[in-house]
Design a protein around this ligand. Structure first.
Ligand SMILES: CC(C)(COP(=O)(O)OP(=O)(O)OC[C@H]1O[C@@H](n2cnc3c(N)ncnc32)[C@H](O)[C@@H]1OP(=O)(O)O)[C@@H](O)C(=O)NCCC(=O)NCCS
Length: 270
């Protein structure tokens, strides 16, 4: 699930200040960790892919005997998503998480969610069955690409306490038929590998307390509740329990960029 908007406030201030300072100052005046986020977000999808994503990791065949299909992952920026792909991702979030959003402090606001999904710095890993071509189906007012069976979206930003550069996983959702086959772990590993390559400090995410399956999944991957996660609130009469955790895992940095110059297509439709 996505992070709260009030988490953005401090980060937005830093980001705006950095963009301004980039115009006004020489590079030597800007703290390198903060400049990292600005520079990474300025990269176009092709450059980001060629530097930080191993092309072979975009192909995945589940090991479980019940599913012999293989899948390919497609790397895109929000601005490059087809409307039918965006609608497919939105439909997955609605199917898997609307019931958690509705009673929570976030509430369920479709337009707000779509706007967040289209934020400029949002990047996507879309999951498509290898033998499937884009299949557009009409669902009421929307046209959904039903060949998208899952996705992970992330942003590179500043977060946590103290403010550090992080890779923030906004969403990871799979169609029911694709769960429990290792695809979630594969997507997380890919995001964690990118985080190591770009040299941010942590991978972060937000999860509803009510989503015990996802909580178990993240804990099994080494994520723990972050120092900036909200705590239960004590009012005069009662304790208001937090309905979400912010979790994080420290990144083991890897040296060097990837050279994907031999890869056939940067869009990763392998
Ligand atoms: C959460 C989700 C992405 C996980 O992906 P997945 O493909 O089903 O999980 P995987 O098959 O990759 O599981 C990987 C590992 O995590 C472990 N794991 C998964 N769920 C677990 C749980 N509840 N408790 C403990 N470990 C768990 C698995 O046992 C597996 O370990 P193994 O490789 O040693 O067997 C997926 O189930 C999903 O899309 N759920 C619905 C949407 C959702 O809730 N998203 C999260 C929003 S915050």
């Amino acid at each position: 699930m996505a992070k709260r908007k009030d988490q953005h406030s401090e980060e937005s201030v830093v980001s705006a200040a950095l963009k301004k300072s980039k115009r006004q100052q020489s590079d030597n005046d800007i703290p390198s960790a903060q400049q990292l986020v600005v520079d990474l977000n300025a990269l176009d999808a092709e450059t980001f892919y060629s530097r930080y994503i191993l092309s072979t990791s975009l192909s995945y065949t589940p090991q479980a005997p019940c599913d012999t299909q293989s899948y390919h992952l497609i790397f895109k920026e929000s601005t490059d998503l087809d409307p039918s792909e965006l609608d497919a991702c939105f439909a997955l979030i609605e199917a898997t998480s609307r019931a958690d959003y509705e009673p929570s402090s976030f509430g369920w606001y479709p337009n707000r969610k779509r706007a967040e999904m289209m934020e400029d710095d949002m990047r996507y890993l879309l999951v498509r069955r290898r033998d499937a071509t884009p299949t557009i189906e009409k669902h009421g007012k929307t046209r959904i690409d039903t060949s998208i069976e899952g996705f992970l979206s992330f942003q590179i930003c500043h977060d946590s306490v103290p403010l550090v550069p992080v890779l923030y996983i906004y969403e990871v959702h799979l169609a029911e038929s694709l769960r429990g086959l290792g695809m979630g772990a594969h997507l997380m590993q890919l995001a964690e590998d990118i985080a190591a390559k770009i040299k941010v400090e942590k991978v972060m995410l937000t999860v509803f307390v009510s989503n015990s399956k996802a909580l178990g999944f993240y804990r099994s991957r080494g994520y723990a509740v972050d120092a900036c996660s909200p705590e239960d609130r004590k009012t005069r009469n009662k304790i208001v329990k937090t309905d979400h955790f912010i979790m994080s895992r420290a990144v083991k940095r890897q040296a060097g960029e990837i050279n994907n110059s031999g890869a056939s297509e940067w869009t990763l439709e392998v």
